[in-house]
Design a protein around this ligand. Structure first.
Ligand code: NDP
Length: 499
C-alpha cells in the first residue's frame, strides 16, 4: 500500500497546511477521483475551520478495492499465525512510535481533549498487541479434536478465514473502532476494505500507512473513502464475505438487509441507551464521577453512554446536588485549553441534531435540571454544554432515544426490582453500570441487567480481552476477545477414519 503519500499528507496538516485525501488506496496505489467526482470537507470540530478535503471513491473504485482484497487473500490466508502475529506486533510498535502525531490528528479533527485523544492511541496499541499475542500463542488457530462415539473415527474442528471483510466505521472513535475490526481480521488471515467516516478519515489514513510500513502485503488492507453510498456499494458487493459495521441502528438495519442477499457474515455494533444505577448504599462521590464519565466522555458521542441515570430515592437529593456541582465544573473547551475536559460535537449537523432533540424533549415536557457552561474559547466550534434532565416521562424522546450528545437523564427509584425493570425497559442492551457497596446486590444486577457488558463501581474500562457488543437493537455479534477473532473465521469440521 503506497500510503506514505497519505502519511505525508497528514504530516503536512500537522504543519498547518490543508490537504486532499485520495478517494481510495488500493493494493498499494493511491487513487484520485476526477475533478467532477464528489469531494467533502474535513473540519476541525473545535474551530469549524476546514482542514482538508476528502475525495470520494466511485463505484468502480470500490469494485477494484474488493477485487484487490480478493486477489490478496490467496497468499495471505496461507501465512502462519506466527507471521501475522509479528506484523500485528510491529503495527502496535509503529503506532506507539507515532503516538504524538496520531493523537494530534485525532484532536485536530474531532477536537477531543488531549487525554481522550491519547487514550484512543493507547486503545489502538492494546488491540493490536492483544491479537498479536493470540497469533503468537497459535492455539486459537490449531485444529481441535472433537470427541465422537466411535474410536475408529477422527473428528476435528478448524477455524478458517472468512475471506474478504468490509470494515465500515463511524466518526466517534476513529482509529479505535478501525483497530477493533482490523486487528482480528488480520489475525484471522482475512483481507479487508475499510470505509472510514467521511468526517474523520485522516487518522484512518495514518493507520493504514502504518500497516503498510509494518510490512503487511499490498492488497491485504485497502481503503475506500466516501459516505453512505460508498459503504452501501461495499455491503452489496458479491465478493465481500463479511461485513463488520459500527454506526447507527438505522444504518445497521440497511446493512443487515444488504448482507441478506448473499448471506454475508455480519457483525453489527450499533447504538445504545444504557443505564447507570446508583443504589442507596453507593459512595455518592464515586457515583457522580462515574455518571459524569459515563454521560459526557467524548461529549456523549458514545454508543456506550450511560445517559439514563437511575438513583435511589434516599440518595437522590444528595446525588443531584453533587452531580450539579460536577457538571458545572466540566471544562468544555478546545484541546489547546489547559485542563479541557470535554470537546465539541463532531459537526454542525450533529450539533443541530442534538439541539433539535433537546428542544423536542423539552417541548414534550422534559425539565432541564441544570446545564454546564462553555469556555469562552468555544466560540467557533460545534460545542454544546452538558445538559441534565430530571425525571423525564417514560416516553420522552430524551429518555427513549440515543441522543449521541452531552445529554443525561436522571430518574429516581425505590427498589432493586424497579431499578432493574427501568434499566431493562429499552430495545437497546449495550452496557450498564451499577454503583453499590453491597456485593450480593452487585451479583444480582450483573445477572439481571440485560446488557453485553456490566461494570460494577468502575469507569467504562475496556480491555481487548473483554468482548464488546450488545443485546437487542444494539447489534449482533461481539468484537474484541477471542469472539472478535472468531467473527472473522468460519468453523469447519472434518470426520474421517483414523489413519
Ligand atoms: P451512520 O450509521 O450513518 O454511519 C456509520 C458509518 O456507516 C459511516 O462510515 C457511514 O458513512 C456509513 N454508512 C451510512 N449509511 C450506510 C449504508 N447504508 N451502508 C453502509 N454504510 C453506511 O452514522 P452517522 O455517522 O450518520 O451518525 C448518525 C447517528 O448515528 C449519530 O447521531 C448517532 O446517534 C448514531 N451513531 C452511533 C454510533 C455508535 O457507535 N453506536 C456511531 C456513530 C453514529 P458516512 O458517515 O461517511 O456517510
Amino acid at each position: 500500500m503506497a500510503t506514505n503519500n497519505e502519511r505525508q499528507i497528514a504530516e503536512r496538516r500537522i504543519d498547518g497546511e490543508a490537504f486532499v485525501l485520495p478517494a481510495a488506496t488500493i493494493a498499494g496505489e493511491s487513487l484520485c477521483a476526477a475533478d467532477s467526482e464528489v469531494c467533502s470537507r474535513i473540519c476541525n470540530a473545535a474551530t469549524g475551520e476546514t482542514i482538508g478535503w476528502q475525495q470520494h471513491a466511485t463505484a468502480a473504485m470500490v469494485d477494484r478495492a474488493v477485487h484487490a482484497a480478493h486477489d490478496a487473500l490467496i497468499a495471505w490466508r496461507h501465512t502462519t499465525p506466527a507471521a501475522r502475529g509479528k506484523l500485528l506486533r510491529k503495527i502496535a510498535e509503529l503506532v506507539e512510535a507515532d503516538r504524538a502525531r496520531l493523537a494530534a490528528m485525532q484532536m485536530q479533527v474531532s477536537g477531543k481533549p488531549p487525554f481522550e485523544a491519547d487514550l484512543d492511541v493507547s486503545d489502538t496499541i492494546a488491540t493490536f498487541n492483544y491479537y498479536a499475542g493470540l497469533c503468537e500463542d497459535a492455539s486459537a488457530f490449531a485444529a481441535e479434536a472433537v470427541a465422537v462415539p466411535d474410536d475408529a473415527l477422527l473428528a476435528e474442528r478448524v477455524h478458517e478465514p472468512v475471506g474478504v471483510a468490509a470494515l465500515i466505521v463511524p466518526w466517534n472513535f476513529p482509529m479505535v473502532t478501525t483497530a477493533w475490526k482490523l486487528a482480528p481480521a488480520l489475525a484471522a488471515a482475512c483481507t479487508v476494505v475499510i470505509k472510514p467516516s467521511e468526517l474523520t478519515s485522516p487518522t484512518e489514513h495514518m493507520l493504514a500507512a502504518i500497516v503498510s510500513e509494518a510490512g503487511v502485503p499490498d492488497g491485504v488492507v485497502n481503503v475506500v473513502n466516501g459516505g453512505g453510498d460508498v459503504g452501501a456499494w461495499l455491503t452489496t458487493h458479491p465478493l465481500v464475505d463479511k461485513i463488520s459495521f459500527t454506526g447507527s441502528t438505522a444504518s445497521g438495519r440497511k446493512v443487515m438487509q444488504a448482507a441478506a442477499q448473499d448471506m454475508k457474515r455480519l457483525t453489527l455494533e450499533l447504538g445504545g441507551k444504557s443505564a447507570l444505577v446508583v443504589r442507596e448504599d453507593a459512595d455518592v462521590a464515586q457515583a457522580v464521577s462515574l455518571a459524569v464519565g459515563g454521560a459526557f466522555t467524548n461529549a456523549g458521542q458514545m454508543c456506550s453512554a450511560t445517559a439514563r441515570i437511575l438513583v435511589h430515592d434516599n440518595v437522590y437529593r444528595k446525588f443531584m446536588a453533587a452531580f450539579e456541582t460536577a457538571v458545572r465544573a466540566v471544562l468544555v473547551a478546545p484541546p489547546q485549553v489547559a485542563d479541557a475536559a470535554m470537546g465539541p460535537l463532531i459537526s454542525a449537523a450533529q450539533h443541530a441534531r442534538v439541539a433539535a432533540l433537546v428542544a423536542q424533549g423539552v417541548e414534550a415536557g422534559a425539565q432541564i435540571a441544570f446545564a454546564g457552561q462553555l469556555d469562552p474559547a468555544c466560540a467557533d466550534g460545534f460545542f454544546m454544554a452538558p445538559v441534565v434532565i430530571a425525571e423525564p416521562a417514560a416516553d420522552n424522546v430524551l429518555w427513549t432515544d440515543e441522543i449521541f450528545g452531552p445529554v443525561a437523564c436522571v430518574k429516581s427509584f425505590r427498589s432493586d426490582d424497579e431499578a432493574i425493570a427501568i434499566a431493562n425497559d429499552t430495545r437497546y442492551g449495550l452496557v450498564a453500570t451499577v454503583v453499590t457497596g453491597d456485593e450480593k446486590a452487585a451479583r444480582r444486577y450483573k445477572a439481571q441487567l440485560r446488557a453485553g457488558l456490566v461494570w460494577v463501581n468502575t469507569p467504562q474500562l475496556i480491555f481487548p480481552q473483554v468482548c464488546w457488543g450488545g443485546f437487542g437493537v444494539s447489534g449482533i455479534g461481539r468484537e474484541l476477545g477471542v469472539a472478535g477473532l472468531r467473527s472473522y473465521q468460519e468453523l469447519r469440521h472434518t470426520v474421517g477414519l483414523r489413519g
